[in-house]
Design a protein around this ligand. Structure first.
Ligand code: BDR
Ligand code: CA
Length: 310
């Protein structure tokens, strides 16, 4: 199986994404590293370990990473979407957190990359701070990275600012570092696609019927779904981070196309905007940007895999 490091800030959709990876036989999750993001790093770290316990995978090392962005303070948390606990106010229904790896996230990432005979895919599901620090601090390990698949960005409307998507807006300098890294294949899964892949009531009910652990997973979505209805007038939940995992597990599923991408790092209204340069001859390292997918197939495949949690 393909070796994977998942960097995450759970987070309701992060929880779905982690479970999806842990249940997929094509990949071997070698490490989970945790960043600040939807809620504080203290909470995301405990949540990641709760999710691993729910999946029965406390054998996977989980290490704590960045507590804040590289340069400026974090603009805002996403606790209104993910609940003050980061699990839709349902953390009490999850098992107690599994063990914490004593290494800092960067050390764990570096250890996994050094030890793996094959290059490792990094899946980034939160602010890109840990991954940016890895690239900056361990240049000798860059050839050991098979690919980075990151959920983030938007070509159009943002979800945190007019043009700013949450993960990129949370640490624009880190995102700029990752998205302009030469010699590493990077795939970006932006809102333009994730906002088309919506789990509706029927999808969530089908998952909840899969068993008690599936039901616990679906329970975390209640608040998120209410927020989604309030903001977008649609009764559904976007599965954002799960799409990045699906693309990492089954490369090409999201049919990405190559464009240079840069991030607005200025302070002001454009901060956190991702500029995807779609001119045919645009210069710069190319990022594979996932703008298109067979949406019904993505939804049914995600459900098929998640339901095996039981
Ligand atoms: C991203 O922001 C977070 O709130 C979600 O977990 C996802 O990673 C979507 O913009
Ligand atoms: Ca996330």
């Amino acid at each position: 199986p393909m070796p994977l490091i998942i960097d995450t800030d759970p987070g309701v959709d992060d929880t779905f994404a982690l479970i999806l990876a842990l249940l997929s036989p094509e990949v071997d999750v070698r490490a989970v590293t945790v960043t600040f993001g939807n809620v504080s790093r203290e909470k995301t770290f405990a949540n990641a370990r709760r999710v691993l316990a729910l999946a029965g995978r406390t054998d996977v090392p989980v290490a704590a990473g960045a507590v804040r962005p590289l340069v400026h303070a974090q603009g805002e948390l996403a606790a209104d979407w993910h609940g003050a606990d980061g699990l839709g106010l349902r953390s009490a229904e999850f098992p107690e957190p599994g063990p914490a790896d004593p290494r800092p996230a960067l050390t764990l990432m570096a250890d996994v990359l050094s030890a793996s005979p094959e290059p490792v895919t990094i899946v980034s599901l939160g602010p890109m701070t840990n991954t940016a620090l890895l690239l900056a601090g361990h240049p000798a390990l860059i050839p050991r990275i098979a690919r980075i698949v990151a959920m983030g960005g938007s070509l159009g409307t943002g979800n945190t600012r007019g043009a700013g998507e949450f993960n990129v807006y949370a640490d624009p300098e880190a995102a700029q570092r990752v998205l302009t890294q030469p010699d590493v294949p990077v795939t970006l899964v932006p809102l333009d696609l994730t906002m088309q892949c919506l789990a509706d009531g029927a999808w969530l009910d089908a998952l909840a019927a899969g068993g008690p652990r599936c039901a616990a997973l679906v329970g975390t979505v209640t608040l998120y779904r209410e927020m989604f209805r309030e903001r977008y007038g649609v009764d559904a939940a976007a599965l954002h981070d799960t799409l990045a995992v699906l693309e990492a597990i089954t490369p090409g599923t999201l049919r990405p196309k190559p464009f240079p991408v840069s991030v607005a790092c200025t302070l002001g209204p454009a901060r956190g905007m991702t500029e995807v340069d779609r001119r045919p001859d645009a210069p710069g390292p190319l990022v594979q940007v996932a703008l298109d997918a067979d949406v019904p197939a993505v939804l049914s495949e995600t459900l098929r895999r998640l339901i095996t949690l039981g």
